[in-house]
Design a protein around this ligand. Structure first.
Ligand code: ZN
Ligand code: ZN
Length: 145
């Protein structure tokens, strides 16, 4: 279900940073790499816990601010949080989400007909749709067994 080439490559990452004037530091690179490895839409906490193993002195604030700047320059996405912690997604290509209501896991999936879902005419008048994402809520395999 998950295709590996959805995140930006390191080269593309560096390019984007340059274009946006974001300095490329070892820490930023490590945070990006960590995020592109993880397929579970980690929260800033999750990223912080992993990155601390490489940079023991890094602060949560630094990690959080880095993720925010990545988001601002379009390197990563933020998954809508429904009032809970923000979750980050390095897959910037069009995809949809399965969301488990028990364990809160968010799983990527792809579906061509969902990609081309059409927006009802009456909504178009009131709202300019820029992105379409389908979220299916339910119970995941792990929680079911
Ligand atoms: Zn679950
Ligand atoms: Zn995703």
């Amino acid at each position: 279900m998950v295709n590996d080439n959805l995140s930006l490559s390191i080269e593309q990452f560096k390019q984007k940073c340059k274009e946006s004037g974001l300095r490329i530091t070892h820490q930023r690179l490590a945070i990006f790499e960590e995020l592109s490895k993880s397929k579970d839409h980690p929260s800033a906490d999750d990223v912080y816990r992993k990155i601390r193993k490489i940079f023991p002195h890094i602060s949560f604030d630094t990690v959080y601010r880095t993720l925010q700047s990545f988001y601002q320059i379009g390197i990563i996405k933020i998954v809508e949080g429904y009032g809970e912690k923000k979750r980050f997604d390095s897959h910037t290509k069009n995809h949809h989400h399965l969301r488990c209501l028990k364990c809160n896991s968010i799983i990527d999936f792809y579906n061509k007909s969902y990609d081309s879902i059409s927006v009802p005419q009456e909504l178009k008048k009131e709202f300019e749709v820029l992105n379409k994402k389908v979220v299916l809520e339910g119970i995941c395999k792990n929680c079911k067994s």
